[in-house]
Design a protein around this ligand. Structure first.
Ligand code: COI
Length: 355
């Protein structure tokens, strides 16, 4: 029997931020969704509650061993004022793949989608309408059993919070500068790189901090074994247009399988633009640059959308791509993807889920 969602409405309404000053992930809406898991009951007690701090025991396992997973997707407002989601089922499938890797019990994807839609519908007024803005949806699961032994927790909370957002990078939709990381590694095959779990992001902070001081938006991670093959940026997957062909690193177990990544590949195939998923080494990319064949580079992610890469720095050498400007292909992908997301263009792929 499907669970019901108890709703407790907030008695106060927060002031909404000005939509032209939206930072990524700083403001949260009036309500959140919470559901609990305990052994042997399973997932139960689904509620939409006023947004509020959590009461969790300090011995909760999440604080000690980091057993948690999260997702990121967005709700968009169409010109007709309807709210819609972009491929939410893929995020929920990935959440369950991450759950499996982190020994967290699976959630019912259909029910989770229903809960997200109900929460977004309740918070529809929070979806900003200024160009480039949306309502970021952050589902996450934390392990809450009060226990200090290293083992899968027997209690969890599945929570969904919402945040009106603008561009993820301060550069907005303009090209970003990325440094190729050659000291630290993000993930190795067999590790947790393809799961969306907090630890991957915690371990990326050091490299990011160092490169941010030097003016880079993010770092580009190489594989964790040979430090030779390009993997991802951490907040986005990467694509390179080399001599007319688009290349993106093949999924290898340590790269996150991005929903936007998959959508870009589908879009390129639909346009008959050659696209391949394969191993690509930083040396090969460097050579392509020297030969004048590296035409464009861009990142793709839910938060980052399509983010052109204007400069890649590798071993102190600055590879300036397309003169530091947004390339035509990156712009076309950005426009088509966002037009579909905002309901301004037909969706031939069936990507849109109405709220
Ligand atoms: C997303 O794009 O939704 C992500 O989860 C990336 C995050 C680091 C902001």
């Amino acid at each position: 029997m499907e669970q019901t969602i108890r709703v407790e409405l907030s008695t106060t309404k927060k002031e909404k931020p000005k939509t032209d000053q939206l930072e990524f992930g700083r403001t949260f809406t009036d309500h959140m969704f919470v559901m609990e898991y305990s052994d042997p009951l399973g997932w139960h007690n689904a509620e939409i509650l006023p947004y509020q701090p959590l009461m969790v025991d300090p011995s909760s396992m999440i604080f000690h061993y980091g057993q948690s997973v999260f997702e990121g997707l967005k709700a968009y407002l169409t010109p007709d004022g309807d709210a819609q989601l972009f491929r939410p089922e893929r995020n929920l499938q990935r959440l369950n793949r991450s759950n499996d890797r982190l020994c967290i019990p699976p959630i019912d994807e259909k029910f989770a989608l229903k809960a997200i839609k109900q929460l977004v519908a309740l918070e529809k007024d929070w979806i900003p309408s200024t160009e480039g803005t949306s309502l970021y949806i952050r589902p996450f699961i934390i392990s809450t059993e009060p226990y200090l032994g290293v083992a899968p927790s027997r209690h969890y909370k599945f929570i969904v919070i919402l945040s009106p957002v603008g561009a993820y990078y301060k550069e907005g939709i303009n090209p970003v500068k990325i440094a190729v990381e050659n000291q630290y590694v993000r993930a190795v095959v067999g590790g947790t790189g393809e799961a969306k779990t907090g630890g991957n992001y915690a371990s990326s902070l050091k490299a990011q901090e160092v490169s941010a001081k030097e003016g880079y938006a993010q770092v580009l991670w190489l594989d964790g074994v040979e430090k030779k093959y390009i993997e991802e940026v951490g907040s986005m997957n990467v694509f390179f247009k080399i001599n007319g062909e688009v290349v993106t690193p093949a999924l290898n177990g340590s790269i996150l399988e991005g929903v936007t990544r998959n959508s870009v590949i589908q879009l390129l195939k639909h346009w008959n633009i050659p696209v391949v998923e394969r191993k690509i080494s930083i040396d090969e990319l460097h050579q392509a640059y020297k030969d004048g064949l590296l035409e464009e580079a861009f990142g793709a992610g839910t938060a980052a959308v399509i983010s052109p890469i204007g400069q890649l720095t590798w071993n102190l050498e600055h590879l300036v791509i397309n003169n530091g400007n947004t390339g035509e292909l990156s712009k076309n992908i950005y426009d088509t993807l966002t037009n579909i997301q905002y309901g301004k263009e037909k969706d031939p792929f069936n990507w849109i889920e109405k709220v």
